[in-house]
Design a protein around this ligand. Sequence first.
Ligand SMILES: NC(=O)c1ccc[n+]([C@@H]2O[C@H](COP(=O)([O-])OP(=O)(O)OC[C@H]3O[C@@H](n4cnc5c(N)ncnc54)[C@H](O)[C@@H]3O)[C@@H](O)[C@H]2O)c1
Length: 254
Amino acid sequence: MRFKDKSIVITGGAGGIGRALAETFSKDGGKVLVSDISETGCKEICEKLIQKNCTIDYYSGNLAEKAYCEDLIAHTVQKYGSIDVLINNAGVIPRGTILQTTDEMWHSALDVNLTAVFYVCRAAILHMQKQGGGAIVNTSSMWGVYPGPDHLAYCTSKGALATFTKCLGRDYAPDLIRVNAVCPFEVNTPMLRTGFNARNLDPDKAIAQLNATVPLGRVAEPQDIADVIAFLASDEARYIAGECIEISEAKTVY
Ligand SMILES: NC(=O)c1ccc[n+]([C@@H]2O[C@H](COP(=O)([O-])OP(=O)(O)OC[C@H]3O[C@@H](n4cnc5c(N)ncnc54)[C@H](O)[C@@H]3O)[C@@H](O)[C@H]2O)c1
């Protein structure tokens, strides 16, 4: 029960990694608030976990809107009385080179993957300072650290998020607010699978091929990433701040 009675916000909680996060934190005793643009997805995950006697609720909305980002934190504090852990996991992945990237694609990547994190963190840190500490874990990407081809807006937003995490980690370490990020490689979620669909590839076959390129033998499942995030948010990681943890599966070692 690492998160017993802790108030936890998870953005993108209806997505692949987000659902694993909601399960992990609520089964470990947390009071979880799921945020996602998909209200149906939020309801599904909450209903499933309420049946297992977890304390969980949702507040759905669009992270591209500043008002929603700030309301999310206000709502959490009103509901649970504090905010102890913030997991900025929501993300979008517009695909393309610069010539294939429309203004809308560019802004959506920066709005959801970066600016929303700025608004949500700013609101949360005010409360965490008053409470005497807290933990924030952002989901960057290996592509934020080692960019891949044909994903300009996504890689740029995730690279900026990695730097943002280190800046926040440094600035708020004295307040005992630990800010870290995870940088996953490929994870078997709707985000990865829609990329294969877009290229007219069968996602199952494509993932089987991708598995063969991974030294550990398979691409990550959502729970593999949720476990690292939960560790970083827990007291077991009390001496880790300002870090971007590369979940590279040893793929970057040549
Ligand atoms: N899947 C991968 O291979 C991979 C690799 C590295 C990093 N990541 C990162 O992991 C995080 C989780 O991704 P995932 O793989 O679970 O993808 P996913 O698409 O399954 O989940 C993303 C969630 O974010 C939500 N979301 C998107 N835009 C939103 C908005 N404007 N407002 C509120 N919610 C919004 C979606 O509804 C969705 O539920 C993302 O930040 C992603 O960039 C994923």
